[in-house]
Design a protein around this ligand. Structure first.
Ligand code: URP
Ligand code: ZN
Ligand code: ZN
Length: 460
């Protein structure tokens, strides 16, 4: 069926103009002035609203066995929440335990998404061990359409790789043209600092950030940069949180390392005082790397505006406050890490980024959609409004005023880290490949319609 968006203020990462958009089936087929809708077409008048390409979250954990428990969303609730918030494509981290083969991990994550995902999705394939078998399976997984790997320099004994495995993963990635995404924190420093803090009686969530100070992250980034430089692999730093880590990445970029950088909405709008809240409330704000001193926020906003930082993700990792965060009530190192944000990323970035003048409309689209599509080989199918692209559209209402709350959220977790925060805009309509999936904050799409997006490394 055809869909026509009339009077669209179309905002791409590099252009802005007013026109009508004709979508036929799953694709944008024409952008022009005064398009006459074909018979039977659905017509939506976008007067007074912006029309953005569907937003892309480059980093989610909808299904995550982690720290002795499982993240709360499943692909149905997690992708519905993504859509309500304007995100039409997610990149999920496949995180197999070290004793699980890559092939089994990939199959398990695909099975979790199958029949449930409501938005499109792709995977970053977690490499949590490297041997001859895994190398051959990773080649198959790349051939099956997963054009990126994920490594953890933290979480040794769980997902973390050693330096030989890191080298081998980067060398294979270089050979295949695959980009390697990486969690950069020095694990030895983390575990020694954790031990020191616990011995000193610091058991609460407020100790978490002291166990992972900025230097720990900068050291992880420096380590990855050295390995990327010597293997020649292309890399992507996930969830960069602070000035020290950014400095290490930018220094490497200046000497030729091919590195892209992601920050998270949490680091842009929250600071470490949230994790210092009394009565274990701070546990809601425990994630890794941790929330930082507020002075880092300007560094990250400026990094986005100046192009040093390419993307804003969520690292959505939802764990209930009532039943899961208390696993670490007497020992902060056992608090399941993560601050759920998949539903609120875009409205927060809009409210705190565009409305405050920190980002232009075009920069907003670039860091929340287009850059991820380009870095991860989905562009120009995703990340742009132009003929031939998938008809993933966000008709955004800048006059909407509302408040974030657990009471009204779609994500399946028992708290919202931004409870009571005002938002100054929201998606009025969201389409996925030509079908309306959200109207006025409510999911109205088809469960299971989300498609696994095959990617070919180097295509964008
Ligand atoms: O705290 C976090 N980031 N939780 C999810 C796992 C990860 O490190 O990405
Ligand atoms: Zn991580
Ligand atoms: Zn993550």
């Amino acid at each position: 069926m055809a869909l026509v968006i009339k009077n669209a203020d179309i905002v791409n990462a590099d252009t802005r103009f007013t026109a009508d958009i004709l979508c036929d089936g799953e694709t944008i087929v024409r952008i022009d002035r005064e398009i006459t809708p074909p018979p039977g077409a659905e017509v939506i008048d976008a007067t007074g609203k912006h029309v953005f390409p569907g937003f892309i979250d480059p980093h989610t954990h909808i299904y995550l066995p982690f720290m002795g428990t499982f993240s709360k969303d499943d692909y149905e609730t997690g992708t519905k929440a993504a859509l309500v918030g304007g995100t039409t494509t997610i990149f999920e981290m496949v995180c197999p335990a070290r004793d699980m083969s890559p092939a089994d991990g990939f199959a398990l994550w695909r099975q979790q998404a199958q029949g449930k995902a409501c938005c499109d999705y792709s995977f970053h394939m977690g490499v949590t061990r490297f041997d001859a078998d895994s190398a051959s399976q990773l080649r198959d997984i790349v051939r099956a359409g997963v054009g990126s790997f994920k490594v953890f320099l933290a979480y040794k004994g769980a997902f973390g790789v050693d330096d030989t495995e890191l080298w081998q993963t980067l060398a294979l990635a270089r050979e295949l043209g695959v980009i390697v995404t990486a969690h950069c924190e020095n694990e030895t420093l983390v575990s020694q600092l954790q031990r020191q803090l616990l011995a000193a009686g610091r058991t609460g969530p407020d100790a978490h950030h002291d166990s992972r100070p900025p230097r720990v992250e900068a050291e992880g980034v420096h380590h990855l940069m050295t390995f990327a430089e010597l293997t020649g692999a292309r890399v992507y730093i996930v969830h960069l949180s602070c000035r020290e880590a950014l400095d290490a990445a930018v220094a490497a970029r200046e000497r030729g390392v091919r590195v892209s950088i992601e920050t998270l909405i949490q680091y842009l709008v929250l600071d470490k005082t949230w994790a210092e809240r009394p009565d274990f409330e701070g546990a809601k704000y425990v994630m890794s790397p941790p929330l930082r001193d507020a002075s880092n926020q300007a560094v990250l906003w400026n990094g986005l505006a100046s192009g040093l930082v390419q993307t804003v993700g969520t690292d959505h990792a939802p764990f209930d406050f009532a039943t899961q965060k208390p696993m670490g009530r007497d020992d902060f190192t056992r608090i399941p890490n993560g601050i759920p944000s998949i539903e609120d990323r875009i409205n927060l970035l809009w409210t705190h980024g565009v409305k405050t003048g920190r980002l232009t409309l075009q920069q907003f689209v670039a860091v929340a959609s287009t850059n991820a599509a380009k870095i991860f080989d989905l562009w120009p199918r995703k990340g742009v409004i132009q003929p031939g692209a998938d008809a993933d559209l966000v008709i955004y209402d800048p006059s909407y005023r509302g408040t974030i709350s657990v009471q009204t959220q779609t994500q399946a977790v028992d708290y919202n880290a931004f409870e009571g925060w005002p938002i100054e805009g929201r998606p009025a309509v969201v389409t996925v490949r030509g079908e309306v999936a959200v109207r006025d904050g409510t999911f109205c799409g088809v469960v299971g319609r989300g498609r696994f997006l095959k990617r070919v490394p180097g295509r964008s």
